[in-house]
Write a protein that binds this ligand. Structure first.
Ligand SMILES: [Zn+2]
Length: 402
């Protein structure tokens, strides 16, 4: 470990905490005649909401883990130096709503955006998980899966219009067999997907999820049942995606006020996620009204698909930038794709932070000023004046070479 004698108080506390958690890191013998660090990311503004850290500093990585964060680490102490002067340095981004199974969106594409951890949210179900499992097992970044309660995953014609597509026993069995990759359940509840079976779909998802102690992510907006009836079936740790869906049956009442049952669900520990996507999932109007009433998202996700890369969504930093346009400070936006996203999925809790000893997943983004056009799902354009761009990414201590 580096000497932390000169490190400020806050940083020193992090060292002590990490020491308690990571004896294996400490037990390694001092390396003589070798660079102290494998990589040092120098001079950036380091933001880590989990550690309440926001300061200009250097991030040192050794053996795939965060080794030190402090100013003025000598370049000679590192095998490789990445100059991040003027850039934002943060934990690797976590996108909890993507669709990787169409093969046209390789996880490596998202890695280049800074996304070191992703969830495929329901592209596959219990009858066809194999191609997605293979993607997860072979990707350079961390890919985990929410299995669709519909047995064939997302179907363009609506996977739950025949509710018998939601097979509890079979879904549970496939999750149990692949528990290290499948971390929860997805249920899409829009009228065109589930028809009048939205509540029954959640009940069946519940029967799968509860014995396995995994979360359910429900896709809401334009459902047959009113949202409060859906929320009543959710438990703490479950996730509502597409929280800023336009009506019918979004989070606002007819007067544009956030429904009391929605606030109550949040108080109970239900999480609200963005899921930008391309149609029916977010409008400036709904997002702005809700945010003016302090109903901010817990997590910001892309709902990325191959088509999304060319239209509206583009990449996770682009989606993050939309929330800066809507008035959120950049550090709050970053918290929602790092610390908050890590807390949302139990299997991700070790990630989303740069604490000493953590796996060295780091995203470096460039916050540029100018005039940038952003589009919502109603095709309404707005111009923002700041935008985040991917600059560099490190996953498990390895820098992705451009
Ligand atoms: Zn989706």
């Amino acid at each position: 470990m580096a000497s932390d004698a000169e490190a400020p108080k806050m940083i020193r506390r992090q060292f002590l905490r990490a020491s308690a958690l990571a004896p294996a890191v400490l037990a390694q013998p001092t390396r003589l005649f070798a660079a102290e660090y494998d990589l040092v990311i120098r001079g950036g503004r380091v933001l880590d909401a989990a550690e309440r850290l926001d300061r200009v500093a250097d991030v040192a990585i050794r053996d795939g883990r965060i080794s030190a964060i402090r100013p003025n680490i000598a370049p000679s102490a590192a095998k490789e130096v990445l100059d991040a002067t003027g850039k934002l340095v943060m934990p690797g981004l976590i996108d909890i709503h993507t669709h990787l199974a169409d093969k046209l969106l390789p996880p490596a594409t998202c890695l280049a955006d800074g996304v070191t951890t992703l969830l495929d949210a329901g592209s596959r179900g219990s009858d066809n998980p194999d191609d997605l499992l293979a993607i997860a097992q072979s990707s350079p970044n961390r890919v985990r899966i929410l299995l669709n309660i519909g047995h064939l995953g997302v179907l363009p014609e609506g996977e739950l219009l025949d509710i018998e597509n939601a097979n509890v026993a079979r879904t549970r069995q496939v999750i149990e067999r692949n528990r290290q990759w499948i971390v929860g359940i997805k249920a899409r509840l829009s009228r065109t997907v589930a028809g009048e079976h939205d509540l029954e779909a959640v009940r069946r998802a519940r029967q799968v999820a509860d014995p396995l102690k995994v979360p359910i992510m429900v896709h809401v907006g334009q459902s047959v049942s009113p949202l409060p009836e859906i929320l009543a079936l959710l438990r703490p740790g479950d996730i509502v995606t597409h929280l800023y869906s336009p009506p019918p049956h979004g989070i606002l009442d007819d007067n544009g006020r956030v429904l009391p049952q929605v606030r109550e669900a949040r108080r109970r520990g239900i999480l609200f996620d963005v899921g930008n996507g391309r149609s029916g999932h977010i409008t400036w109007d709904v997002a702005e009204r809700a945010m003016q009433q302090d109903f901010l998202p817990d997590t910001i996700s892309s709902d990325m698909t191959a088509i999304g890369r060319t239209y509206q969504v583009f990449n996770l930093p682009n989606v993050m930038s939309k929330f800066m346009l809507l008035g959120m400070p950049v550090e709050q936006v970053i918290a929602r794709v790092t610390a908050n996203a890590a807390r949302a999925i139990p299997e991700f809790k070790a990630y989303g932070s740069l604490r000493t000893g953590a796996v060295a997943d780091v995203a470096v983004l460039d916050l540029k000023e100018g005039d940038f056009e952003f589009v919502d799902n109603a095709d309404t354009k707005r111009t923002g004046h700041r935008k985040l761009f991917p600059y560099a990414v490190v996953v498990g201590g390895k820098r992705l070479q451009a």
